[in-house]
Ligand binder design. Structure first.
Ligand SMILES: O=C(O)C(=O)C[C@]1(C(=O)O)C=C[C@@H](O)C=C1
Length: 268
């Protein structure tokens, strides 16, 4: 099975995707990965959803609200960044915005005068560093080679740094099996206590929420979709009943049930 993920080779997404399948193909953005799966151009996609320091990957949240796909797995991996360059003669650090943010303290302390340039992925930053001695990259230490060497390792601001990735599949592959479930709720309404009402179906059934994010719906300022992860599977009657209650409460909007899945921890 071919999995599409964020490229080029050497990204953290690539490492997470390799844990899911052997054949990995690359795309330039999270949105294009989710779109490729929704259009049937790829069997699976692997996209970052949340980091322990920087929080949600908002492009992923918005793509999951926009395209009709399922989530069939979660991969959690530690993120240990390195600083790579040809030598000391750099004035710019290029990396994915998530990686730059995860190393903000390190950069402030050690390279306060160096420009920070956001690029499409950590591996894209390494490509730039290979071509230009004025550019350093923040990426996985395994991307070092003859042209760029490791100037510093473990530069993330917290040693516990970890990122969750979702395995995205076509809607027909949506599963009820697994210990976690993700849904996106657009209530299409706004009144005092609405969010409380949307959460009660889970609380009443003793279902733990492991994530709740609000994202602008894009319709107008102050209008939101809610991304919810719960620690229960759709195979459970209580989860099905809670989701039915939420659908009724959101009848003026929509509910996208992305499915149930299990979590795999990958070390590198
Ligand atoms: O640029 C990469 O290497 C990615 O796979 C993207 C990404 C992200 O979007 O969070 C993945 C894991 C790390 O948190 C840093 C960057």
């Amino acid at each position: 099975m071919t999995v599409v993920t964020l490229g080029p080779a050497g990204t953290y997404s690539h490492r997470a995707a390799s844990a899911v399948a052997d054949g990995v193909e690359f795309r330039e953005s999270v949105t294009s990965i989710v779109e490729a799966v929704a259009d049937g151009d790829a069997a699976r996609g692997v996209v970052p959803i949340e980091n322990s320091i920087e929080g949600s990957v908002t492009e992923t949240l918005d793509a999951l609200a926009e395209f009709d796909v399922a989530v069939t797995g979660e991969v959690v991996t530690p993120i240990r960044h390195a600083l790579l360059a040809q030598g000391d003669a750099f004035d710019t650090v290029a990396s994915h915005p998530q990686a730059l943010a995860q190393c903000r303290g390190f950069l402030d302390d050690h390279y306060p005068a160096v420009d920070r340039e956001a690029v499409a992925s950590t591996a894209r930053g390494v490509e730039q560093a290979r071509e230009d001695e004025a550019v350093a990259a923040i990426a996985h230490p395994g991307t070092a080679d003859d042209t760029v060497s490791l100037l510093a390792e473990d530069i993330q601001d917290r040693t516990s740094n970890a990122t969750r990735f979702f395995v995205v599949a076509p809607p027909a592959d949506r599963s009820d099996a697994g210990g976690k479930t993700t849904l996106v709720v657009y209530p299409g309404a706004n009144y005092p206590g609405l969010l409380l009402e949307l959460l009660e179906p889970f609380a009443d059934r003793d279902i733990n929420l492991s994530r709740l994010e609000s994202r602008p719906s894009g319709e107008r300022l102050g209008d939101y979709a809610f991304h919810v992860d719960v620690d229960a599977g759709l195979f459970e009657e209580r989860t099905q009943a809670a989701v039915e209650d939420v659908k009724e409460l959101a009848s003026a909007g929509w509910v996208r049930v992305l499915g149930s899945y299990d979590v795999e921890h990958v070390l590198d």
